[in-house]
Design a protein around this ligand. Structure first.
Ligand SMILES: [Ca+2]
Ligand SMILES: [Ca+2]
Length: 274
């Protein structure tokens, strides 16, 4: 009996030792994961941000959580991915439950906001996971953009061809007129004019200065437009082929919303005699 009791006791001790050994072994191999986050403002004049969350290892990261403090004076528009990411009810923060990230894996979160005030807009992201992070210093990141204009600017463009009709080899002028018919100033307005085929480009300029050529597209930076402001730009070409010549000009403003996009492009058709 006595020896049987001793056996029981030593069995319990052995189990306790085994637990201690297993426990310390588990502690020795506990996973760590060095998460990092990098936020970029995709356009310095727009409130769009991309937050890249990377697991630099060595272990896998689980329950990866991204929290983004949003700037003031913006309205949340969209976030990708959903439903992993969701804006808080008051629009002040964005929270993402990104699940597990393998060693070396990156999860990308795209955030689109709509600015309702001007100024510097900074988004600050921080990332965490269940596993211990050996390098916490790279777990936060910020990016800023500068908003110079807000509101509604209904930019529009019309396009004239002079003369029409004309003969092959003679001078053809396109005149584009860009107007802001909105209630607020337009900013960073750009006129784009892709040259039609079978013409030789001669020159282009606007009332606001020089235009540039990239590929076969003329771009005229027109700057800011006050309400009802109107600016003309002219492009001179020489047609090389008879028939109808079709050209389209378009206008964009990178910083404010345009409520009507149907008038942001205009097309004209010119008859070229042999
Ligand atoms: Ca880290
Ligand atoms: Ca428009």
């Amino acid at each position: 009996m006595h020896s049987a009791g001793r056996t029981v006791v030593s069995g319990r001790i052995a189990a306790a030792i085994a637990l201690l050994v297993l426990g310390s072994a588990a502690a020795a191999t506990a996973q760590t994961a060095d998460l990092s986050v990098n936020v970029t403002a995709t356009d310095p004049s727009d409130t769009r941000y991309v937050a890249d969350v990377t697991n630099n290892g060595p272990g896998a990261a689980s329950n990866v959580a991204l929290a983004v403090a949003l700037p003031g004076g913006v309205i949340p528009i969209s976030v990708t991915p959903t439903p992993a990411c969701a804006f808080s009810f008051d629009g002040s923060t964005l929270n993402c439950a990104l699940g597990s990230l393998a060693n070396g894996a990156t999860a990308s979160v795209t955030i689109v906001l709509y600015p309702i005030t001007t100024g510097t807009k900074t988004a600050t992201a921080s990332v965490s996971a269940t596993e211990a992070d050996p390098s916490p210093s790279n777990n936060t990141s910020s990016a800023s953009s500068t908003i110079v204009g807000v509101g509604i600017a209904n930019m529009s463009v019309t396009l004239l061809d002079v003369p029409d009709p004309l003969r092959i080899g003679s001078l053809l002028f396109y005149v584009a007129t860009v107007t802001n018919g909105g209630d607020d100033d337009g900013h960073d307005v750009v006129l784009a004019f892709p040259l039609p085929d079978n013409v030789v480009f001669l020159a282009a300029a606007s009332e606001r200065g020089a235009c540039t050529m990239s590929g076969r597209t003329v771009r005229c930076p027109l700057g800011a437009f006050a309400v009802q402001a109107s600016v003309r730009a002219a492009v001179a070409v020489v047609p090389l082929q008879s028939g109808f010549l079709v050209a389209t000009a378009s206008v964009s403003s990178s910083t404010v919303a345009d409520p009507n996009l149907t008038d942001n492009a205009a097309t004209t058709r010119t008859w070229v005699n042999p």
